[in-house]
Ligand binder design. Sequence first.
Ligand code: AMP
Ligand code: MG
Length: 305
Amino acid sequence: MKATIEHLKRPEMKDILSVQSAVLKSIHDFMWGSGTVQVMPVMLSPFTDPLAHPVHDSSLEYEGQRLELTKSMILHKQLSLMRDDLKGIYIVSPNIRLELGETGSSGRHLIEFSQVDIELKDASHKDFMGFMERLYSHMEGFVLSSCADSLERLGRELKPAKPPFRLYHRPELEERLGKDWEHEASLRESQPFWVMDHYREFYDREDPKTGGHVNYDLVYPGGFGEALSGAERETDYGVITRKMKERKTDPSPYRAYLEIARKGMLRPTAGGGFGLERIVRYLTGRRSIRDVCMFPRVPGEKVLV
Ligand code: AMP
Ligand code: MG
């Protein structure tokens, strides 16, 4: 309990929360200016992001129905953009991912975090990546100008990033830097950078010509690692169901989503999502994500408050 009280009363928390508030304000301002609108998150649904890595089950039963706690809003973003009058949306949503205890020492995993999830209609991966670079520059610029005193007290010196960010292909990075390519590349770079072509969930679009994956990660420099994952989305019912089979994803919870896909109602979109705590960790230069959370939920640790 002593450690919890000390954590809640840490002197640096106010400056960290100021940076977080500046991040959120700048995102809302930028998104408003871009003609997108905010959709509120749902926390319960028969389906959610299946994720591409194992986590503990967080489903629950309510009045005879099995519901999942939201792992990300990806599929609901796609459903929102069926509307003709929406050209783009964003959602700031709580994500519950009961990550395995061993990830607790990574310094960047939580079992409950906030994701800023963005999706743009009729956008290519290039469109989204350009959009994200403009959003990132706007956000970082606002933090640097409005939180200069906080950053100084936190001992964080940040040079403004200059888009366009470098672009790498994962197979090439993996061959050059080995299994730990993301960390190695993150240590070597001095600006955020993109990495394309990852084998992931069924909803990322496959390039039928190359068999590659039209998806991307944005990675922070300085060893801070992954910032965002995103993709052009798959809309073809046949391809979606084939990819579910290949990934051993049980289609039954996704019935309503698949019915909409079968009717050809999913629109071509591209988007991505970034973790709020991870960006605050990067901007404030904290090595542990625990330090930027008022109420950290670190994998494998007992939750006390
Ligand atoms: P994903 O689509 O799974 O890559 O998640 C989107 C973004 O959310 C990632 O790029 C991270 O910034 C963030 N994120 C994912 N998992 C976690 C986690 N367990 N704890 C904190 N942030 C996370
Ligand atoms: Mg990811």
